[in-house]
Structures are given as structure tokens and as C-alpha cells.
Design a binder for this molecule. Structure first.
Ligand code: SME
Length: 160
């Protein structure tokens, strides 16, 4: 059994440090990217409060295709440039969206989602996946969340 439950009372940077350590430990030496994304999606859902969706889209033949996640069933294919995930894939830049209703082209997979953070995972400069977090709260994500998920994306680049 794995028990990576975060300690109570951690600051947000401390929480992300623990999350990163857990993700590195559980993916260490495991070559199967699907298994690693699945465990990391579960860790994201367990560590981070106030999420309604956490998971991966993978770049497959020029399209983002749904990968392992925790949350409600989601749209399967997203073209680069489409929605928040597609914007992250097309630009290679983190997308921090405080109000998804104000984001042109946002794709509503779960009507409960109000804010979103999408971070590209890059290998050798190319976007190979994105990590997508959704929250039912407005402005749930800030720069500390972006920094934390960017560190996770960098650590996973050779493990998914
Ligand atoms: N809202 C995303 C689509 C993916 S779901 O949130 C899981 C977007 O606009 O790209």
C-alpha cells in the first residue's frame, strides 16, 4: 500500500514540495508512462484541495488526447489552440485562468469548473502533454500553484 497523504497545515510551497517528492518516489524506475500519469493524477487529487478534475492530456499525432485523470469523464480530443489546454499546447506556456467563463473558447467538460490551471510538459523543447487542473472555485489557482505544477511537469517529462 502507498500512503502519500500530505501532512496537515503545510504552506502551499511545502505542499507542492511533498507532492513532488511523492510523484518522484512513485514513478521512480517505472518505465510505463500510463501508470505514472495515473498515479500522479491520483496524487494531484489527493494533495490539492478544491479540485473537481486533475489529469493529463497527451500530444498524439498533433492532437491532445485524454490521458489518466481523476474527475468526471472529459472531452477526449482537443486541437492545439482550442480551449485552455490547447492554448497551453500551442504556446508552450502555462495557462492560469481565474474565471473560465471569461476565457474565449474554454471547453466546458464539467459545468462545475470555474477556474483552471494548465501546464505544458515538455521534452527536448516539444510539448508532449499537458497537466490540467480544474476547480469549482473562482480564482482557485495562483502563481505558487503554477510554480508547483511546473516543477512537477519538469520532473515527469522523462517518466510519461
Ligand atoms: N477545460 C479544458 C478542457 C479539458 S477539461 O477541463 C478536463 C479546456 O478548455 O481546455
Amino acid at each position: 500500500m502507498y500512503d502519500f497523504t500530505p501532512q496537515p497545515g503545510l504552506s502551499k510551497p511545502e505542499l507542492y514540495t511533498e507532492l513532488l517528492e511523492a510523484a518522484c518516489a512513485i514513478t521512480d524506475g517505472e518505465p510505463d508512462g500510463v501508470a505514472n500519469m495515473a498515479n500522479c493524477a491520483a496524487l494531484l487529487a489527493e494533495f490539492l484541495p478544491d479540485l473537481n478534475w486533475a489529469g493529463f492530456y497527451r500530444m498524439v499525432d498533433g492532437m491532445l488526447v485524454l490521458g489518466p485523470f481523476a474527475g468526471r469523464p472529459a472531452c477526449i480530443r482537443i486541437a492545439p489552440g482550442q480551449g485552455v489546454c490547447g492554448a497551453a499546447a500551442a504556446t508552450g506556456e502555462t495557462q492560469l485562468v481565474p474565471d473560465v467563463h471569461a476565457f474565449p473558447g474554454h471547453i466546458a467538460c464539467d459545468a462545475a469548473s470555474r477556474s483552471e490551471l494548465v501546464v505544458p510538459v515538455k521534452r527536448n523543447g516539444a510539448v508532449i502533454a499537458v497537466i490540467d487542473l480544474d476547480s469549482p472555485l473562482l480564482a482557485r489557482f495562483d502563481a505558487e500553484d503554477a510554480t508547483g505544477i511546473e516543477a512537477l511537469a519538469a520532473a515527469l517529462a522523462d517518466r510519461i
